[in-house]
Design a binder for this molecule. Structure first.
Ligand code: AMP
Ligand code: MG
Length: 349
């Protein structure tokens, strides 16, 4: 299949281009499109054949449900069995934005879209191209990240093309995304709401709107008895091809340890990548050294993480050592992705 790459200015002023993509969605086809978090791979959420195409194109396990993207709050009422009061409050506070809510689904959503679950994940993206695509298609758009399953999520259209060229009909190019990591997921179907995946909307921000909220214990441990409730969080994920190891400890100790490890591996003929920050990059000796930004700018670190992981693949590294990041604010979401990409391999310096 030939993949058409349609360039937009990212502001949804190119109405005809978005209409062309919307037509593909309406006819049951796939369109990759920009959102404020990462690029999504969209299809009509209420068309089971279209949903199946998403799983096939990504190589995604069929028990890993999709997030349904909507353009107005009333769309939530079209697919939810009931709309909890908490959903209204959270939507007022954070929609459009990087917060996905899990609610009970009604019959309008086929089980192909929800990985067989009786619940559905819903989000209103804060991106003019995404919102116009949904409105013009007249559909609700199921969209996971537009990468091959397990690879780092795409933050520019070129990442989408690298993974999916030839497998999907259309990529809408809207430039680089703003946030760079996937949405926060909050489950509203249990007595106490719980965060199934951390993101730019933090636990504290959610608690300030609805009070008590917990973080899924399955997220923080590798313990298989404690399975994460979001099916997608159990897979090795967000991962570059090279082996990735996170090194934690004081700044000086981490630099020393990583340099010593890199020296040993280079002596064995391995290509070593080092993922670091502006504050430390000059201190490292490796084959491929990449800063993801300054530690004082957590948002930039989130935005650059996946691009840098892909750059290590392009540079054909065998092993990547990474510094560790703060586990508060959006840093918690960055650490969650990094630890998953590393298969939870952490060394203490
Ligand atoms: P992605 O769109 O690639 O970021 O993946 C969507 C994430 O949302 C995966 O981790 C899914 O497991 C999770 N998810 C989607 N729907 C549900 C649901 N109904 N219940 C729990 N987790 C969900
Ligand atoms: Mg994904």
């Amino acid at each position: 299949m030939e993949t058409k790459i349609l360039k937009t200015d990212g502001q949804a002023t190119d109405v005809n281009i978005i209409k062309e993509a919307a037509q593909v969605i309406r006819e049951g086809g796939l369109v990759a499109f920009p959102t404020e978090t990462v690029y999504g791979l969209g299809a009509d959420a209420c068309n089971l054949e279209a949903s199946r195409k998403i799983y096939a194109a990504k190589g995604r396990p069929s028990d890993n449900p999709l997030i349904v993207h909507i353009a107005c709050f009333a769309d939530l009422e079209r697919i939810a069995l009931e709309v909890p009061g908490q959903a209204r409050a959270l939507a007022d506070a954070f929609w459009p934005g990087p917060l996905t809510m899990i609610v009970k689904k009604n019959a309008a959503v086929p089980s192909e879209t929800t990985g067989g679950l009786e619940t559905v994940a819903v989000r209103m993206p804060d991106h003019p191209v995404a919102l116009m695509l949904i409105r013009e298609s007249g559909c609700l758009i199921a969209a996971p990240s537009a990468n091959i399953s397990g690879r780092p999520s795409p933050t520019i259209a070129a990442h989408v093309a690298a993974d999916l060229e030839g497998r999907i009909p259309v990529i809408l190019d809207g430039g680089e995304v703003g946030i760079g990591i996937e949405s926060t997921i909050v489950d509203l179907t249990e007595e106490t709401p719980s965060i199934l995946r951390p993101g730019a909307v933090t636990e504290a921000m959610i608690a300030s709107v609805i009070g008590a909220v917990q973080t899924d214990p399955g997220l923080l441990s590798e313990d298989s008895a404690n399975r994460p409730k979001a099916p997608g969080m159990k897979y090795r994920h967000y991962a570059p091809e090279a082996e990735l190891i996170v090194v934690d400890g004081s700044k000086e100790a981490v630099i020393q340890r990583i340099n010593a490890l890199a020296y040993e591996l280079k002596a064995q003929g391995k290509r070593v990548g080092i993922l670091c920050t502006d504050e430390t990059s000059a201190a490292y000796r490796g084959n491929v050294i990449r800063s993801i930004g300054s530690r004082v700018d957590e948002e930039a670190i989130a935005r650059h993480l996946y691009r840098v992981l892909r750059e290590f693949d392009e540079a054909k590294t065998d092993v990547i050592y990474s510094e560790s990041f703060a586990a508060s604010g959006i840093g918690q979401a960055v650490m969650n992705r990094l630890l998953k990409a590393a298969g939870h391999r952490v060394l203490w310096a």
